[in-house]
Design a protein around this ligand. Structure first.
Ligand SMILES: [Zn+2]
Ligand SMILES: [Zn+2]
Length: 326
């Protein structure tokens, strides 16, 4: 089969890659559409200390084999990317996404979605409602990640909330947080990206040089979500949290390190919340209801054979979602 394989810091599309073998409890899935996210670009840049294998973890596909669970065959599905060992203390406590021996599709130890086929446990799969297009369903994984914020940090209508970052994930987070009815402001650097939110009635603030942040600094937020993955974004988010407020970290940082004044977090009694993968069922429901708008986020679509070009395109400044079609 064809697969976009990351090896020694670069991606090449191979035509002779072995189709994944399917273990007991797993399904073989023909990929219909996959999405490129910041994590793919970070893996390319060497984050996670050298994952080698097929990239990609956002996908919609069709089950073509599920030994012993044939009812899945023919179903259109999306899938959760973490596969725990199933035996350790964390897995037994329902924390498989944090299993220390876990695989993560296209990220740790399991070949990913930029390929003709992938394999995942049936337990990771969610059927896609028939009315939902592939182009919307492919956003289930990042939207689930955005929804995880509401699972972790209670946001009520009387709160002031900032989302810092107007990238692929930031625009989904903004829409999810807006549903709470809170006093939301999204701070970003790109007029054309923020315009997508303006169209939805979500308040935005363009801040290229920090001057807008200066003006906002006295209006601190009860909850601030950092979704830039940059040191500057973290600094901005930190400044916007009120004492005893909550700072949600929603993006990993390339290299993993950021300068933080920990003492100031102690003195201000700030709650730090790390936030990663989230619930798929509500993500699919909201997409099916049209409650979250995703189509305007799609900037380009490439054939799998052109995956290298697609990744280059996704890495360009100002580009939102780039899709890959096997
Ligand atoms: Zn992702
Ligand atoms: Zn485990």
């Amino acid at each position: 089969m064809r697969a976009a394989v990351l090896e020694n810091g670069r991606v090449a599309v191979r035509h002779d890659f072995p189709t994944p073998s399917v273990d007991a409890g797993e399904a073989l899935i023909r990929v219909r559409l996959a999405g490129i996210c910041a994590t793919d670009l970070q893996l390319l840049a060497g984050y996670k200390g050298g994952y080698q294998g097929v990239l990609g973890h956002e996908f919609v596909g069709e089950v073509v084999a599920a030994p012993g669970q044939e009812a899945w065959v023919g179903q259109r599905v999306v899938g959760e990317l973490n596969v725990g060992c199933g035996r350790c203390e964390l897995c037994r406590r329902g924390l498989a996404k944090h299993c220390r021996q876990r695989q993560s599709l296209g990220i740790i130890g399991r070949d990913g979605a930029f390929a003709d086929y992938l394999a995942l446990p049936v337990a990771n799969l969610h059927p896609v409602p028939p009315t939902l297009s592939d182009e919307a369903a492919v956003f289930a994984e990042p939207l689930a990640a955005a929804l995880e914020i509401l699972e972790q940090a209670p946001i009520s209508p009387s709160m002031r909330v900032y989302v810092v970052g107007d990238g692929r994930l930031g625009l989904l987070i903004a829409q999810v947080v807006a549903m709470t009815g809170c006093d939301l402001m999204v701070v970003g650097r790109h007029v054309h990206k923020l315009a997508l939110l303006d169209d939805l009635g979500i308040r935005t603030q363009v801040d290229v040089d920090g001057s807008a942040l200066e003006r906002l600094a006295h209006l601190t937020g009860d909850v601030v979500v950092e979704a830039t993955g940059s040191a500057a974004g973290f600094a901005a988010a930190r400044r916007l949290v009120r004492p005893q407020g909550t700072l949600v970290l929603k993006s990993t940082f390339a290299g993993g390190k950021v300068d933080v004044d920990l003492s100031s977090l102690v003195v201000d009694e700030v709650t730090l919340v790390g936030s990663r993968c989230g619930p798929f069922e509500p993500a699919l429901r909201l997409l099916a209801q049209g409650a979250v708008i995703v189509e305007p986020l799609i900037h380009a679509r490439y054939d799998l054979d052109d995956c290298e070009t697609a990744l280059d395109h996704a890495a360009r400044k100002g580009v939102l979602k780039v899709l890959v079609t096997p």
